[in-house]
Design a protein around this ligand. Structure first.
Ligand code: CP
Length: 313
């Protein structure tokens, strides 16, 4: 596998989910595969889960890991034909080429600008790395997708489902800041290839890009959407149009135990970090119906399955 940026890079996503589950059962079965191989991870924004779980995944495979906070004192120029006489000291062409001299796999974590729709939805930064790197590149979250999170979420649903085809609801919830659409986009994309029935619920105006949401039912009544459901996946996102805007902060959209009681013994999911008592109330997060820590744990085995394919091929 030369790149892992979305479900479309994986010919057999369900098999990859099974591989992650198998690695969870036997994490060290390939611990010699990564010997003398190095993962270099670049973070253009902060991370707790992605950084630690991907590092752990690489270590489980016997790889060495180098992580770099790519924002501190290191400004990259991504555009071509620029006179580089401002604050940007290095061009992506050299930077990606140089990192490829030290890395067998490069991980890149970027965020959306939420101001430049065209650049974000072209996944410009991630794709410039892929263009100029000579080794495989894994997305550690991009402007529009978070595939390692989604793969871990698929594993979590597989582990906890009690029906062959569970009902899954992706619900918007309020947040004080404008957040990217990446997790929601990616979750939809992966749910479309899994054996689930997915519905999205959000206030009017929060419709996601048709690139992801096309064909997925929307229920604007959140309580109705929760009825009889097996998994509630909670996430905030800013509006797709007008791009990156906050249109609604209605606290009535917070996930509560009262709403969870409308589900069919439904489980609560969130990628974390989560703002307690803004997006979801304590009672839900503190109860056994919450799978947030299981999701975080599965990040390791999702990353391990992807890295194993990258260094094993
Ligand atoms: N869920 C997730 O990607 O968490 P981090 O931002 O901490 O990596």
């Amino acid at each position: 596998m030369k790149k892992f940026t979305s479900v479309h890079d994986v010919p057999d996503p369900k098999t990859l989910v099974q591989e992650a589950m198998s690695l969870k059962a036997n994490p060290f079965v390939h611990d010699a595969l990564g010997r003398h191989k190095t993962l270099v991870m670049l973070f253009f924004n902060p991370s707790l889960r992605t950084r630690l779980s991907t590092e752990k995944a690489a270590l489980n495979l016997g790889m060495s890991v180098i992580s770099m906070n790519a924002t501190e004192g290191w400004q990259l120029e991504f555009q071509d034909h620029v006179v580089m006489n401002s604050d940007k000291a290095e061009h992506i062409r050299e930077a990606a080429g140089v990192i490829s001299q030290y890395a067998d796999v490069i991980g890149v974590r970027t965020f959306s600008s939420l101001t430049d729709h065209e650049r974000d939805y072209a996944d410009f930064v991630l794709n410039r790395f892929i263009e100029f790197a000579s080794v495989p590149v894994v997305s550690l979250e991009s402007a529009i997708r978070h595939p390692l999170q989604s793969l871990a979420d698929c594993v979590t649903i597989e582990e906890h489902k009690t029906k062959a085809r569970p009902k899954v609801v992706l619900t918007w919830a309020p947040h004080p800041r404008a957040l990217p659409q990446a997790v929601a986009n990616s979750f939809i994309e992966w749910m479309k290839v899994m054996d689930v029935d997915l519905t999205v619920t959000h206030p009017p105006g929060y419709e996601l890009s048709p690139l992801f949401a096309e064909g997925v039912p929307i229920e604007y009544d959140q309580r109705k959407a929760f009825e009889g459901v097996d998994f509630i996946y909670c996430k905030n996102w800013s509006a797709y149009a007008p791009y990156g805007q906050i249109l609604n902060q209605d606290p009535d959209w917070m996930v509560t135990m009262d709403k969870m009681n409308l589900t069919d013994n439904g489980k609560f999911m969130h990628c974390l970090p989560v703002r307690r008592n803004v997006k979801v109330e304590d009672a839900v997060l503190n109860s056994p119906i919450s799978l947030v820590l299981q999701q975080a744990n599965n990040r390791t085995y999702a990353a391990q399955a992807v890295l194993r394919r990258m260094i094993g091929e």
